[in-house]
Design a protein around this ligand. Structure first.
Ligand SMILES: NC(=O)c1ccc[n+]([C@@H]2O[C@H](COP(=O)([O-])OP(=O)(O)OC[C@H]3O[C@@H](n4cnc5c(N)ncnc54)[C@H](O)[C@@H]3O)[C@@H](O)[C@H]2O)c1
Length: 227
């Protein structure tokens, strides 16, 4: 018995590197593996390996940054295996281009755009492509591959303020007003949140009073989320 017996799992970027290891292991665990990979030869090689080892696999040449390509991949997976149960969003270009090795102020704008297209938009497009098939199955599991790098410190102070549902409109319609007021029910501090409620936290982060605080996210939401 494998841990993924009978499940169809899509691995984006499954033809090389860590993605290849996911694909081949899932194949040994009984999954029908869809190797959704830009490099067609690599996708075929991995799929052949899985089948030679007694598993089932589909080589699906895919550009995750293209909606028509992601959609075609999902359609082929459903056609071949009858549905989709899992998606691993692993495809990325970060490690193969200079962006990873220069300071942020030297990043080329075109490279930034391409990373956003593949690493960020690609995740959304693949989710959008497979979720209808997962819903038809009654559920599914999506795993996005992130990076430990995002938790590393940087040499300048960078913090985030996360405001709650705020009455920011100058002339709110009745509908907007009702939507803002409805958020009060989920809040510990029972009133509508206004722009002035957020200003103090930004002021604090800019000031020397916050000189030793970096890499933090401060929720300013009247206690909607407590942690
Ligand atoms: N290697 C590391 O040190 C490391 C560390 C943390 C996180 N990660 C993450 O793990 C994942 C795999 O990393 P890796 O080192 O194996 O990367 P890799 O560069 O070796 O493999 C990425 C794969 O994605 C494919 N790919 C690239 N663009 C694509 C596209 N548009 N459509 C479909 N496939 C595409 C590539 O052909 C390749 O097969 C990535 O998400 C990466 O960010 C890697």
């Amino acid at each position: 018995m494998g841990q993924l017996d009978g499940k169809t799992v899509v691995v984006t970027g499954g033809g090389h590197g860590i993605g290849r290891a996911y694909s081949e292991r899932f194949g040994r665990e009984g999954a029908r593996v869809v190797v959704a990979e830009l490099d067609e030869a690599a996708a075929r090689d991995v799929a052949d390996n899985i089948e030679r080892a007694g598993g089932e696999a589909l080589a699906a040449p895919t550009d995750v940054a293209s909606w028509s390509s992601a959609q075609a991949m999902a359609e082929r997976a459903v056609e071949r295996f009858g549905g989709i149960d899992g998606l691993v969003n692993n495809a990325a270009i970060f490690s193969t281009i200079p962006i990873a090795r220069v300071g942020f102020e030297q990043i080329d704008e075109g490279e930034w755009d391409r990373v956003m297209e593949v690493n960020v938009k690609g995740v959304w497009l693949c989710c959008r492509a497979v979720v209808p098939a997962m819903r038809r199955r009654g559920g599914g599991s999506i795993v996005n591959i992130a990076s430990a790098t995002v938790f590393n410190g940087t040499p300048i102070r960078v913090n985030a303020i996360a405001p709650g549902n705020t009455l920011s409109e100058e002339n709110p319609s009745l509908e907007i007003l009702r939507m803002r007021e409805a958020a009060v029910a989920a809040r510990s501090l029972k009133r509508v949140q206004r722009p002035d409620d957020i200003v103090g936290s930004v002021l604090f982060m800019l000031s020397d009073a916050a000189a030793f605080i970096t890499g933090q996210t401060l929720l300013v939401d009247g206690g909607t989320a407590l942690h």
